[in-house]
Design a protein around this ligand. Structure first.
Ligand SMILES: *Cc1c(COP(=O)(O)O)cnc(C)c1O
Length: 374
């Protein structure tokens, strides 16, 4: 049977046009019109001042931290319930992550736990907030806390391109915003990232760092350490085509969420990922949690689907529980354990692929339901 994926690339059709154009102009590498235009088009789409295209979302988080002045010995607050790529660049910069738990009613950074972290560490260099699975974090509260402490906010919006919070695009609330165009994200360039920033000086500085930090001389001279993090002109061409179908993909992902929601209404042991009324999510991935008292575990669902050639996954394993990060400090409002651990223990990411047909989604639904109806 044809494999059903969690979230696979879905081309709109115009991508080839832009790639062809780059071939004709022999702008294969490194830069060219597609990169400049893709940056402008994303900036226009999310309504921000400046965008810089990079080779990955991870590289983009890294450069956001560097632009924020994060260096050796600094502390950076980061959610625990996220992909490791949100936190790895903190280590690249020689800084120390401090992990913050999520809320029960919103799977992102808890403002209460964040406040607690500030009480112990009043001077972190930056706060990273993530909009997990495309659901917006509690931005009003988090922006307010960061303002009060005069701390730079970085939004890792890698999963939330197109998600709005009270009508404004995620990725544009912080001093820096990060998008990813990795293969499984809502739109993809096969690999890539985009930095959102407020002013041209920062954009130019980042462009300088990500193209090997070459001084403006006829020969190769370097006064700073550089990186090879720029997006290629071919990949930016894919991005330009993909951006045109972003709204269609959001609509499709929303429909997928709504169909699961409706189908699982009759199963009291299944709870949908919380959707807050102040945000309009892009529904990148539809996730569920299973009631603790049900005798079905996430792995039962994952294995039952796998047997039918259907991909599903655990929720991100919280970073404060990861062997590589467990020595770092962690803040939660929970008395015992943490909300992120509970969500990890009882949660599953369901196939949310926009290439999935209605019949295929019905198959997923039937397999999940059959486990609960035994
Ligand atoms: C995917 C992702 C990243 C990394 O993006 P890449 O383009 O894969 O490097 C960073 N943060 C989060 C939350 C992500 O989901």
């Amino acid at each position: 049977m044809k494999k059903i994926y969690l979230s696979s690339p879905n081309m709109g059709g115009d991508e080839l046009y832009y790639i062809q154009d780059a071939f004709e102009k022999n702008w294969i590498a490194p830069l060219g019109e597609n990169v400049d235009e893709f940056e402008k088009e994303v900036a226009k789409r999310v309504d921000c001042n400046f965008c810089v295209a990079l080779s990955s979302g991870t590289a983009t988080v890294h450069m956001a931290l560097k632009a924020a002045g994060v260096e050796q010995g600094d502390i950076v607050f980061c959610p625990s319930l996220t992909f490791a790529a949100s936190a790895n660049p903190i280590i690249y910069q020689g800084a120390t992550p401090v992990f913050i738990d999520c809320d029960e009613d919103n799977w992102n950074m808890s403002p209460v736990a964040l406040q607690k972290a500030f009480e112990k560490y009043p001077n972190p260099k930056a706060v990273i907030v993530v909009h997990i699975f495309g659901q917006a974090a509690k931005l009003d509260e988090i922006v307010e806390i960061c303002k009060k402490h005069n701390t730079v906010l970085i939004e890792d919006a890698a999963e939330s391109l197109g998600t709005t919070y009270k009508g404004k695009e995620t990725g544009t609330f912080g001093k820096y915003g990060v998008f990813s165009f990795n293969g499984n994200k809502i739109i993809t360039t096969s690999g890539g990232g985009m930095l959102v920033c407020e002013n041209e000086d920062t954009a130019n500085k980042v462009k300088f760092w990500i193209t090997q930090a070459r001084d403006n001389e006829r020969y190769y001279q370097h006064t700073e350490i550089g990186y090879n993090y720029r997006m290629s002109n071919i990949l930016a061409g894919i991005g330009r085509g993909q951006l045109k179908v972003l709204d269609t993909r959001i609509k499709q992902k929303t429909d997928i969420y709504n169909r699961y929601k409706k189908a699982f209404e009759e199963i009291s042991a299944i709870k949908m990922i919380p959707v807050t009324d102040y945000s309009k999510p892009n529904f990148w991935l539809t996730c569920i949690t299973i009631n603790k008292n049900a005798n079905i575990a996430p792995l039962d669902i994952i294995l039952a689907l796998e047997k039918e050639n259907i991909e599903s996954r655990y929720i991100w394993k919280p970073l404060h529980l990861q062997p590589v990060f467990e020595k770092y400090d962690f803040f939660t409002e929970c008395e015992n354990g943490s909300y992120s651990e509970e969500i990890f223990k009882y949660g599953v990411c369901l196939p949310s692929d926009t290439n999935m047909t209605l019949q295929e989604q019905d198959r997923v639904i039937e397999i999940v339901k059959s486990l609960f109806n035994k």
